[in-house]
Ligand binder design. Structure first.
Ligand SMILES: Nc1ncnc2c1ncn2[C@@H]1O[C@H](COP(=O)(O)OP(=O)(O)O)[C@@H](O)[C@H]1O
Ligand SMILES: [Mg+2]
Length: 407
């Protein structure tokens, strides 16, 4: 397999130190990025996805130990090598560093040759990253989530994925991470020919894009489904790390990745949530669902997800007597981004036939709402430009918004 260079993130509040560390590693052929504060380091970690971190201990905002602890809490970086650099070389400092989760430790001033050797040794256990596609695809990953089941997470994830594929005429990956009772494939009437179960084998170290292409099942809408295994025990061996790796590969090749998540905060669910640009928190207009949403929002705040990564989606799963939108917004201190109507019969028949409403009835009210909503959640660069070859779905959406504007 073709490979690129290892990526290293160097974090130090002193520019001179950054320069010296970068210079020491210049001959190694690494891709290097720097950060000068703890917060910046955590941001860069997400965007740059380093293979190794070099952390200064003393920094003005959050210190190196805390950065290290927070990285360890992120599924993606739980195992990545971290090397601490510090000015005070005391036994206590070393122990604190290791307790925070660091793999290795060096004191300043350092000998370049020793730093090179340690970095090399730490990278020995990291597989070389796969080569990125020539023109990196801009990706939007949308995760559908609720801590309470039965509120329409799978229904909406499936309809959105199909809507996006139809509007943009491009394949969309739909990933079912509800390993116990996944439904994405069922909702599209796809037999469970290949599933996550095929990726579960722990002996399978190298999951690459070619393999994923064999496991994803194509639907005529253009959606490619990574289905949950037919038997839950087949998925038991799937780790958060494996999920993070698979999602990373998909993000490199698909403009849109849609995640159907289970109602928990397991490692694999967290890997999905971490990888998403947007988390759509689905709730129904009833008290238990609002409580579950408040609880999820609380956890997201603790995980330090940016507030604009989260969108509240009110799905009316009850015909009448539900809570009022305004009251829910007051209780959660957040606006509801989108409300979707009650439609039990249409959804039930869609489920029984394995045909989502956005696919077979895009001109009927519910299908049209779902289609316009898929357009609304599309990437801004796409939304604001007329495509070179507009699809029928794109034309429907364009016409309806024209009709609304001129009414
Ligand atoms: N807006 C709605 N109106 C009526 N029924 C709905 C609506 N959305 C979903 N449902 C139904 O609710 C049930 C649970 O939906 P599902 O998508 O499986 O939820 P989850 O994935 O959150 O557990 C399904 O039978 C589905 O058809
Ligand atoms: Mg579900």
């Amino acid at each position: 397999m073709t490979t690129t260079a290892y990526r290293i993130l160097i974090v130090d509040d002193t520019p001179l130190n950054l320069k010296m560390v970068s210079a020491a590693l210049a001959s190694g052929g690494y891709q290097i990025e720097t950060a000068t504060t703890g917060h910046m380091a955590l941001d860069r970690a997400v965007t740059f996805r380093p293979d190794l971190f070099i952390l200064d201990v003393m920094m003005p905002d959050i210190d190196g130990y805390e950065v290290c602890r927070r990285l360890r809490r992120m599924t993606t970086f739980a195992q990545h090598p971290i090397l601490m650099l510090t000015a005070n070389d005391t036994l206590e400092e070393r122990v604190r560093g290791l307790e925070a989760g660091a793999d290795d430790y060096m004191s300043k001033p350092f000998q370049p040759i020793e730093l090179q050797a340690r970095v090399k040794a730490l990278l020995r256990r990291v597989p070389l990253p796969a080569i990125q596609p020539q023109a990196a695809i801009q990706n939007e990953t949308l995760a559908f989530f609720s801590l309470r089941g039965g509120v329409g997470v799978s229904t909406l994830a499936t309809n959105l994925a199909v809507g996006l594929a139809q509007i943009w005429g491009q394949p969309v990956a739909l990933v079912d991470l509800a390993f116990i009772s996944g439904q994405s494939a069922l909702m599209l009437n796809l037999p469970l020919r290949t599933t996550w179960g095929d990726l579960a084998n722990p002996a399978l170290h190298e999951i690459d894009y070619d393999l994923l292409q064999q496991v994803l099942m194509p639907h005529t809408s253009g959606v490619h489904v990574l289905a949950s295994a037919a038997r839950p025990e087949q998925s038991e061996l799937i780790t958060g790390e494996k999920v993070a790796h698979v999602l990373r590969l998909l993000r490199q090749h698909y403009a849109y990745v849609v995640l159907d998540l289970p109602h928990d905060f397991s490692d694999t669910t967290l890997a999905g949530l971490d990888s998403a640009n947007t988390v759509l928190l689905v709730l129904a207009p009833e008290i238990a669902s609002v409580r579950a949403t408040a609880c999820a929002l609380d956890v997201f705040a603790k995980l330090e997800y940016a507030p604009d990564k989260l969108l509240l989606l009110l799905n009316s799963t009850v015909e009448q007597g539900g809570l009022v939108r305004k009251d829910i917004e007051l209780a959660l201190h957040r606006p509801i981004a989108q409300a979707l109507p009650y439609a039990s019969e249409i959804y039930l028949s869609a489920l029984n036939r394995g045909v989502p409403p956005v696919f077979d009835q895009p001109s009927k009210p519910l299908g049209a709402i779902l289609e316009r909503w898929a357009f609304h959640l599309s990437r801004e660069e796409q939304r604001t430009q007329r495509p070179a070859a507009p699809t029928p779905a794109w034309q429907r959406v364009a016409q309806s918004s024209y009709a609304r504007k001129t009414r």
